[in-house]
Design a binder for this molecule. Structure first.
Ligand code: HEC
Length: 175
């Protein structure tokens, strides 16, 4: 009986270990990259109070009732990267006018696509991240942090849906 238990435990550790290693997102490297990205976004005016903002517009599922999307370049670790930041607004009383007047009050999430040449050619080298309004990383229902290659297959994520964007660039913008 005792050996059975030990073997069972060993198999379990092996399985969970290999699942984590295979996860394409939410790992230590992606999380620390995302944390640095958020701080840099704050410093560069892509996030935080008084940051750059587009005209808010009515959004589409799953991104939220009202959105604002900005696009530009950001210097990260000494290199310039293309960045697209989409802010998702919601909550009681949300409207284009109210968001324009007081964006922080309605901000629910910040989704980011950052181009990292060589990161993953198969998915156009995009690094994906979803932050909460306070800048901490959001998680999926399985508790995995949404940073990195989120996610080609299961659990379904950014990539699975953005692959359907016209033009093969994974962007809905510009189409
Ligand atoms: C179920 C489909 C779906 C999923 C899942 C999804 N998106 Fe999107 N995303 C869209 C659509 C549709 C738009 C265009 C919406 C708009 O601007 O009105 C969009 C737009 C964007 C944009 C602006 C650039 C563009 O493509 O127009 C960013 C950045 C973005 N999403 C990031 C993310 C991130 C990060 C995740 C994962 C955490 C994610 N998205 C998950 C459908 C999805």
């Amino acid at each position: 009986m005792k050996t059975m238990k030990v073997i069972y435990l060993g198999v379990l550790v092996f399985l969970t270990g290999s699942v984590n290693a295979a996860a394409p997102f939410g790992g230590e490297k992606d999380v620390s990259y995302a944390k640095n990205l958020w701080q840099t976004m704050m410093d560069a005016g892509y996030a935080g109070k008084g940051g750059l903002m587009s005209r808010p517009y009515t959004g589409q599922h799953p991104h939220g009732a009202i959105l604002d999307t900005i696009e530009g370049q950001i210097a990260l670790n000494g290199k310039l990267h293309q960045i697209i930041v989409k802010r998702n607004y919601g909550g009681e009383g949300v409207s284009i006018a109210n968001v324009a007047n007081d964006p922080a009050k309605y901000l629910k999430a910040v989704t980011v696509m950052l181009k990292r040449p060589g990161y993953d050619p198969e998915t156009q080298d995009w690094f994906w991240a979803k932050f909460k309004a306070d800048g901490s990383l959001d998680t999926n229902p399985a508790g995995m942090m949404l940073a990195g290659k989120v996610a080609k297959g299961k659990p379904k994520g950014c990539i699975a849906c953005h692959t359907a964007a016209p033009g093969g660039d994974m962007l809905f913008l510009h189409d």
